[in-house]
Design a protein around this ligand. Structure first.
Ligand SMILES: *[C@@H]1O[C@H](CO)[C@@H](O)[C@H](O)[C@H]1NC(C)=O
Ligand SMILES: *[C@@H]1O[C@H](CO)[C@@H](O)[C@H](O)[C@H]1NC(C)=O
Length: 368
C-alpha cells in the first residue's frame, strides 16, 4: 500500500511538474517584510549592494520604508505588513520567477506616489514592458493596486519595476509594496457569447485583504491584457472589483468605470456585415457609497445607447440592450461613464457605475 502510494506520488509529480512553477499569490518577499541587514542601511537608503533585500535584485537609489515613518509632514502608511520600498530616480527592483512558457500572467502590485510630480513606472517582463502613469490618485488611502499582464516567453522570467523619472528630489519616487502574480486563462468566445470574458471573471490577482479593487491601467494591449479579452482605451484606468468586497451584478468579478469619459473598456468582436446583433449588459453600482445619477454609454461600432442608473451607493443593477446591424467584420464594443463621481464617504476616491455580464449574440444564432 505504502509503496503504491509512493509510486503514485512520483507519477503525480511527473505529470504535474508544472506545479513547481508559480502559484497565484505574493512573489517571494513580495511584501518586503524581509529587509536588509541594519549594516546595509543608511537611514532608509539601502547601501548594501544589489542583493541587500532578500529575494530581490535592486539597482539605484532604493529606500526601505517602515510604516509610520515621516516624510516632511506626511506620515507614510504601508498597505500590508510593516515595510515597503521606494524607488528613487532610475532605481529598479528585479526578481526572477519560474513560470510556464507560453502562459499568460498578471502582476498586481501596490503603488503610492509621495510628491506632486508626474510619476511613471516602467514594469517589464522581457520582451514586454509597460510604462504606467501613476499621477492620478484613485483612492483616498493613497495606495492603488495596479495590474499588468504579460505572456511568458521563457520558463523563467525577469520581472523588473523601474522608476524612469528624473526628479530633483530622489526621495520623491513612488512607494511599492505587495507584488503578486496570477496565471491567466484567457477565455474563448462560445456559442453563448461572441465576446471573450464578458463577465470579467478572468482577471488579475485581487489581494484577499484589500478593499480597493485593482486598477487596470490605460493603453493595455488586447493580447497581453491583465483583464483577458478587454482593452482599456482611455487616459485613465478602470477598476476591477470582486464580490468579496463589493456588490457585483453577476459572478464574482466586475468592472467599475471610475474616471468618467476618461475611463473606457473595449473589445473588438468578429461580426458578419449585415447581420443583426444584440448586446446585453448589466449597469449597477458597487455598493461603495458611490451615489447619484450615473450614465453608462455603450458603443457597438457607430451605434450607441446611454443607460441611466440612479445609484444609492448600496448595490443593485439593471439590464440594458443595444441592438445593431454590423457594418464590418470587426465591431468595437466599448463602455464608458458619462459623469465623474466621488465616493460620498470620503469625497476623494474616484468611483462610478459598474458594468458586468456583457453578452453579444447575433439574433439568428442557433438556440443552444
Ligand atoms: C522599459 O523597460 C524596458 C526593459 O528594461 C526597456 O526595454 C524599455 O525601453 C523601457 N521603456 C521606457 C519608456 O523606459
Ligand atoms: C490578511 O490579513 C490577515 C489578518 O490580518 C493576515 O494574517 C494575512 O497575512 C493577510 N494576508 C494578506 C495576503 O495580506
Amino acid at each position: 500500500m505504502k509503496g503504491r502510494f509512493t509510486l503514485l506520488s512520483v507519477l503525480l509529480c511527473l505529470a504535474f511538474h508544472v506545479s513547481f512553477a508559480f502559484i497565484d499569490g505574493l512573489v517571494a518577499n513580495g511584501n518586503f517584510e524581509l529587509g536588509p541587514k541594519p549594516s546595509d542601511l543608511k537611514g532608509t537608503v539601502v547601501i548594501g549592494g544589489r542583493h541587500a533585500i532578500p529575494e530581490w535584485e535592486i539597482s539605484g537609489y532604493v529606500e526601505y520604508i517602515k510604516s509610520g515613518q515621516k516624510q516632511g509632514d506626511m506620515l507614510l502608511v504601508v498597505p500590508e505588513g510593516a515595510y515597503a520600498v521606494r524607488l528613487g530616480n532610475e532605481a529598479s527592483i528585479k526578481q526572477r520567477i519560474k513560470v510556464i512558457k507560453g502562459m499568460y500572467y498578471s502582476i498586481t502590485f501596490m503603488v503610492a506616489r509621495t510628491c506632486a510630480q508626474e510619476e511613471k513606472l516602467n514594469i517589464s517582463v522581457a520582451p514586454d514592458f509597460g510604462v504606467i502613469p501613476i499621477q492620478t490618485l484613485y483612492n483616498s488611502f493613497g495606495w492603488d493596486p495596479i495590474a499588468y499582464g504579460f505572456k511568458a516567453e521563457y520558463d523563467e522570467v525577469e520581472m523588473v519595476i523601474h522608476n524612469p523619472g528624473v526628479e530633483e528630489d530622489p526621495a520623491c519616487g513612488p512607494l511599492i509594496d505587495s507584488i503578486a502574480l496570477r496565471t491567466l486563462y484567457p477565455p474563448r468566445p462560445t456559442n453563448k457569447n461572441i465576446l471573450k470574458n464578458g463577465g470579467f471573471e478572468e482577471g488579475p490577482y485581487v489581494f484577499p485583504n484589500s478593499t480597493w479593487g485593482v486598477l487596470i491601467p490605460p493603453n493595455i494591449e488586447d493580447d497581453h491584457s491583465p483583464l483577458p479579452g478587454w482593452m482599456v482605451e482611455s487616459l485613465k484606468a478602470v477598476k476591477y472589483i470582486d464580490s468579496e468586497h463589493y456588490s457585483v451584478p453577476e459572478g464574482t468579478r466586475a468592472v467599475e468605470l471610475v474616471a468618467g469619459k476618461e475611463s473606457a473598456i473595449a473589445q473588438v468582436a468578429r461580426t458578419i456585415p449585415g447581420k443583426t446583433y444584440v448586446l446585453t449588459f448589466s449597469v449597477g453600482d458597487a455598493s461603495n457609497s458611490c451615489e447619484g445619477s450615473m450614465i453608462v454609454e455603450a458603443f457597438a461600432g457607430k451605434d450607441t445607447i446611454k443607460v441611466p442608473y440612479e445609484s444609492k451607493g448600496k448595490g443593485g443593477f439593471k439590464r440594458a440592450i443595444l441592438k445593431f446591424v454590423a457594418v464590418g467584420t470587426r465591431t468595437r464594443i466599448m463602455f464608458l461613464s458619462t459623469f465623474y463621481t466621488m465616493r460620498s464617504d470620503d469625497f476623494s476616491s474616484l468611483c462610478g457605475p459598474v458594468v458586468d455580464d456583457v453578452k453579444l449574440l447575433s439574433i439568428r444564432a442557433r438556440k443552444p
